[in-house]
Ligand binder design. Structure first.
Ligand code: ADP
Ligand code: DP6
Length: 324
């Protein structure tokens, strides 16, 4: 009972930032993302008679402790759904830096959800798979699909209507997403902890909720009409708003470093010169700069000139989960 799956990371244009139910990973708001071609996780799962516990290998290393516990809890969901109590060997390789704001949890849990459910014999459709992946890491619900994706927050208490759907396939609109690495270290406040603190304590959190619908409407419209300026303007504003909520948390926290701000300023300078580019930032110091493919070379060259920039990975919209 073995299956192997490749799943790509995604970058949120409209952020998932806050849960209404932590156990079930139910979000307070819809979010919109692009699945990326360049960063991915490959995971194989083997359920086997005779094993006495789950095993998890990540990038060739045996993982124990809390991280193994997270995998076990996630596999329990799949075992219970399939009504089969077998332990598994999980072998995963991240083609993405782990826990540095490059969304390894999104590709990691989308790949694990798909590989484990196939290996155990569950025949899930994409929505059911998205619901399972969501319960490993919220953003993983979006990585089931390629291209432009929206995760519906849902209304139900049991989470059965909280899954992602595709807005538009990757090949309908090519964009360049430059992942600008200014720091490769693992981050201090993981997204899970950061969003929890924000929901519980940030005096700006209500403002986030009050303005999310207008951002979602503009982003959907920007994608459907391939209106880059509209999409870019709203995705940058939404990222800044998300980070503003962290500043008003108690205790406050900030994911940016000086290098993050330098990249933001360069993007603004490019725009002033008429080269449309926009930034977004997740729960870490690294920046993703989005531009049109015709401007990719110049934007990359300009960002490479900044001393703080260590590496730039050029990404484009990519595919959903692939069974290998
Ligand atoms: P990132 O910015 O990389 O997504 P997160 O804090 O959101 O950082 O997620 C990192 C967590 O995702 C890790 O601590 C681990 O629990 C999980 N993760 C990363 N890669 C994998 C993988 N290949 N399989 C399962 N879980 C993974
Ligand atoms: C800032 O999906 O990593 O990247 O559901 O707790 O695992 P958990 O959180 P996670 O959070 C992602 C937060 C974000 C925004 C986004 O991807 O939408």
């Amino acid at each position: 009972m073995q299956a192997k799956v490749k799943a790509h990371t995604n970058i949120a244009l409209i952020k998932y930032w806050g849960k209404r139910n932590e156990q079930l990973f139910l979000p307070t708001n819809n979010s919109i993302s692009i699945t990326l071609d360049r960063f991915y996780t490959t995971t194989s799962v083997t359920f086997q008679e005779g094993l006495t516990a789950d095993q998890f290998m990540l990038d060739g290393k045996e993982i124990q402790g809390m991280e193994l516990q997270k995998i076990k809890t996630f596999l329990d969901l799949i075992r219970n759904k399939a009504n089969k109590q077998l332990f598994a060997i999980v072998e995963s390789v991240n083609n993405v830096p782990t826990a540095a704001g490059f969304a390894s949890s999104a590709s990691g849990y989308a790949a694990l959800a798909a590989a484990a459910s196939k290996a155990i014999g569950l025949n899930l459709n994409e929505e059911e798979l998205s619901i399972i992946a969501r319960q490993g890491s919220g953003s993983a619900s979006r990585s089931v699909y390629g291209g432009y994706v929206e995760w519906q927050k849902g209304e139900k208490e049991d989470g059965t209507d909280s899954y992602a759907t595709q807005i538009m396939p990757a090949d309908k609109w090519d964009l360049s997403i430059l992942s600008v690495m200014v720091e490769a270290k693992e981050k201090k406040v993981l997204s899970r902890e950061g969003m929890k603190r924000t929901v519980n304590t940030s005096s700006f959190y209500q403002a986030w909720l009050d303005t999310i619908d207008e951002d979602l409407i503009a982003a959907r419209q920007g994608i459907k009409n391939r209106d880059f300026e509209l999409l870019g303007t709203v995705l940058e504003r939404n990222a800044l708003k998300m980070h503003a909520t962290t500043l008003a948390s108690n205790p406050p926290f900030l994911y940016w470093t000086g290098a993050t701000v330098d990249v933001m300023h360069e993007v603004e300078a490019l725009r002033e010169e008429g080269i449309l580019s926009y930034f977004t930032i997740d729960a870490g110091p690294n920046v993703k700069v989005i531009c049109q493919p015709k401007d990719e070379t110049i934007v990359k060259e300009r960002l490479e000139q900044l001393n703080c920039v260590q590496q730039i990975f050029v990404c484009h919209p990519g595919p959903g989960v692939e069974y290998l």
